[in-house]
Design a protein around this ligand. Structure first.
Ligand code: PEP
Ligand code: MN
Length: 341
């Protein structure tokens, strides 16, 4: 349910409601708007929900009490307008500025990560991507440098000050990866790895949740709900393309999902036109389309020499193309009231 306090409500009134809800076993989300405060309460097993709602409704400082109708409750836009996720000082996702996360598909070595980090920093990027754990379709493909790769990312971050986003593929690695990463990435193939989702819900690090290859929007949002319900509200959704009958592109970047996720949830939405298209020459046009559709950030595969990349080279931009894309993105961002630095 959502308890809407009237503008007369004091801090004491608000805190008394929160305490009472928590005692009843509810998880509570407080959203302070300009006009009024909304208290979202979900997850309690109380049986007499209608009476509980009526009790809160009878309080003089409560304006209204309404049920949350969506199956995903804590991520629903019914309980708050927008979430802005702070990654580090000066790096926020979901605010006015469009954030770029960029780097190679896989962490391929320390020197390469440092080279990438310097080039990307010079191009204004604040978040470096790279997979140390690679969930590959074929067991014979490069599987990543694992913890050694995390150390390479840490080194690149130390040298340049860039924040790090990297994938975690199993629940038991979450704490270890969180020691190195600023953002934990959950890959498309793991969107419904519920143990992994719950473990990511127990750490104090932002999580980027990729949409599964064949997941509906509702399944994706319910996966996000797992993380938030466990106690970590810092979740961003990432549309990375879905399986369709089309074979010319690797996946079909579903821009409907970007717009839908923005209207159904308060979470920031990220688009991944690299995996969404599978072709480097389509990355820039779809990046621009994603921003126009409301994406708060983009995650882009970039490599100094894509033809030598250990993985996903065919969808990876070189620096020249990356810089050109960024230049073209600026007026699109401005047209939808956003900035891109
Ligand atoms: C990646 O970001 O390199 C990756 C493996 O993405 P996805 O999980 O979307 O396939
Ligand atoms: Mn990749």
């Amino acid at each position: 349910m959502i308890i809407i306090l009237s503008h007369k409500a004091t801090d004491n009134n608000k805190n008394s409601v929160i305490d009472r809800l928590k005692k009843m076993g509810y998880k509570v989300d407080v959203s302070e708007g300009k006009e009024r405060t909304l208290i979202g309460a979900v997850g309690s097993n109380v049986e007499n929900k209608n009476e509980v709602m009526a009790q809160f409704m009878s309080l003089p400082f409560v304006e209204n009490v309404v049920p949350i109708l969506k199956p995903y409750k804590m991520v629903s836009r019914e309980i708050r307008e927008r979430s802005v996720i702070k990654v580090r000082d000066g790096i926020e996702i979901g605010g006015k500025e469009i954030m770029l996360m960029a780097g190679p598909c896989a962490v391929e070595g320390e020197a390469l990560m440092i080279e990438c980090a310097h080039m990307l920093k010079a191009a204004g990027v604040k978040i470096l991507r790279g997979g140390a754990y690679k969930p590959r379709t074929s067991p014979y493909s490069f599987q990543g440098y694992e913890e050694k790769g995390l150390k390479m990312l840490a080194k690149a971050s130390e040298e340049t000050g860039l924040a790090i986003i990297t994938e975690v593929i199993q629940g038991r690695d979450v704490k270890k990866v969180a020691n190195y990463a600023d953002i934990l990435q959950i890959g498309a193939r793991n969107m419904q790895n519920f143990n992994l989702l719950k473990e990511c819900g127990k750490v104090d690090k932002p999580v980027l949740l990729k949409r599964g290859l064949s997941a509906t929007i509702e399944e994706w949002l319910l996966a996000a709900e797992y993380i938030v319900k466990e106690g970590n509200p810092k979740v961003m959704l990432c549309e990375r393309g879905i399986r369709t009958f089309e074979t010319y592109t690797r996946n079909t970047l579903d821009l409907n999902a970007v717009a839908a996720a923005k209207s159904l949830t308060h979470l920031p939405v990220v688009a991944d036109p690299s995996h969404g298209t599978g072709r480097w020459e389509l990355v820039s046009p779809m990046a621009k389309a994603s921003v126009a559709a409301g994406a708060d950030a983009l995650i882009i595969e970039v490599h100094p020499r894509p033809e030598e990349a250990f993985s996903d080279g065919q969808q990876t931009l070189n620096f020249k193309h990356f810089k050109q894309m960024k230049k073209e993105l600026k007026p699109v961002a401005a047209a939808v009231g956003r900035t891109l630095k």
